[in-house]
Design a binder for this molecule. Structure first.
Ligand code: FE2
Length: 196
């Protein structure tokens, strides 16, 4: 896979943390740990690769406070470094429903950036790393892993509903079911310290 090695991934996150400190860094670390724990129980997945993909999924936040644009910037940054598989995760992690409108938050991208992302997402056939990080993003608070339902309700309380919210909730619950089948256990079983 075209992803940074563990030392490079750590360097990139630390550098990003200096450029734009915030809770997002801890959220990414939790997502990386969740991805490792789940992938470890899924035959055929590489846990260390999953951890690195989780660790860097929001790397676009290194450029400062951004809403949807962190997705675009993260993808562009990782492509420039030659890590195409990490770059696609920067893009795919926010779209369990393949529709830019499913992103809850502001679209602070230019029209060209928006068009680029829309086309990239539409043509993307999600692989299991895409779906794994989508799920891990949804269960990773900066303080540790939480239930999908807690996180989904929390997002709606902060940002409100739109007409794709229910579809998005269903998509996350499908992801949960998928990885429970793959692991042959409940989603939260790999986590000792689940925040309820
Ligand atoms: Fe995230």
């Amino acid at each position: 896979m075209r992803i940074p090695n563990p030392d490079m991934a750590e360097h990139l996150l630390k550098e990003a943390s200096r450029l734009n400190p915030g809770k997002w860094v801890l959220h990414n670390r939790v997502a990386g740990d969740c991805a490792f724990a789940i992938a470890s129980r899924c035959p055929g997945l590489n846990p260390e690769a999953a951890r690195i993909l989780g660790l860097l999924h929001d790397i676009g936040r290194r450029f400062g406070t951004a809403d949807l644009r962190h997705v675009y910037l993260g993808h562009r940054f990782m492509m420039e470094l030659g890590f195409a598989d990490s770059a696609r995760i920067c893009l795919s992690h926010s779209f369990p429903v393949k529709d830019l409108r499913a992103y809850i938050g502001n679209n602070d991208c230019t029209d060209d950036e928006t068009t680029f992302m829309r086309l990239e997402i539409e043509k993307m056939a999600f692989n299991e790393y895409d779906t794994l990080i989508q799920l891990c993003d949804a269960i990773s608070l900066p303080e540790g892993p939480c239930t999908v339902e807690k996180r989904l309700v929390d997002v709606v309380l902060r940002h409100g509903f739109n007409d794709l919210t229910v579809e998005k909730w269903k998509a996350f619950l499908e992801l949960k079911k998928h990885f429970e089948n793959r692991m042959q256990c409940g989603l939260y079983e790999p986590f000792d310290n689940l925040i309820l």
